[in-house]
Design a protein around this ligand. Sequence first.
Ligand code: GRG
Length: 291
Amino acid sequence: MVKRKLIKNAKKVDNFLINYLKDQDKSLLINPMKYGLISGGKKIRSTIIFDVGKIFKLKQNKLINICASVECIHSYSLIHDDLPCMDNDKIRRGKPSTHVKFGEASAVLAGNSLLTLAFEIIADKKYLLNSKIKNEIIKSLAFCSGHTGIAGGQELDLKFENKKRSLNQIINMQEKKTGKLFSFCLFAVGVVSKQNKKEIKNLTHIGEQIGLLFQLADDFLDIKGSNRTLGKSTKKDRKKGKSTLVNLMGYEKAYMYALNLKKKILLKLEKHGKKAKDLNETIEFILGRNF
Ligand code: GRG
């Protein structure tokens, strides 16, 4: 069920991005950008945006620009993450990484262009949201992507290699590296659907927890997953001395931690009743997934 939903949503977001790029002036970077962005990846962040939209009765076309911009930032982070100066991965989404296919310089520039495209897609005048709301969304997306979010988390991830780090330090790093973009997804839906400050704060926190759960599942898959199903190389975290909860407390304890985290998230969503059914299913999928 969730798999089908993911495929349908991924197609929708891919089509939006294909059409968006078609309307832009041609450049040499369009091909590496498209390669790293479209036709690949679960687009799970978009599915979460649509799922949360369902809770607040928002139509998908009110949220599609946000999905597209989140996928631009996410794909940008993967293109740069695969570079030799970062995690040095040659395979991504079942095909050669962007820098392997197009060269390092083009991969860096395509990544940078996806970052700026993300903001362009939200600011676009064809996206019919009022300017105050757009402003809030843009500010939060910048906060979640830069040194206080993904980039800052990645720096910590690299600096933590082969070092003994505490539970709180690892959680803080993973909340930045992975959690912040998920928290943006829920924040943005809260803002677009005009929730009050308290509800937006709740949503942002749940988003961060979903992101942490997603990262934990990613760490489990690095150990138990298959390269073919995941479309990327596995068994790297231990070799690289990555600071993960699995490496800190062992697989079993880390899995118990993840189960408990999932329970806490689902409990927080209980107040939405049946309206949160889709989101609940996606959360179950996150921990149970094999890709
Ligand atoms: C400032 C955006 C930005 C990036 C520069 C390189 C870097 C700093 C950050 C890397 C962050 C990173 C790779 C975090 C890991 C998150 C994660 C678990 C990714 C896997 O996501 P999936 O499974 O991938 O959703 P697919 O391929 O399905 O889209």
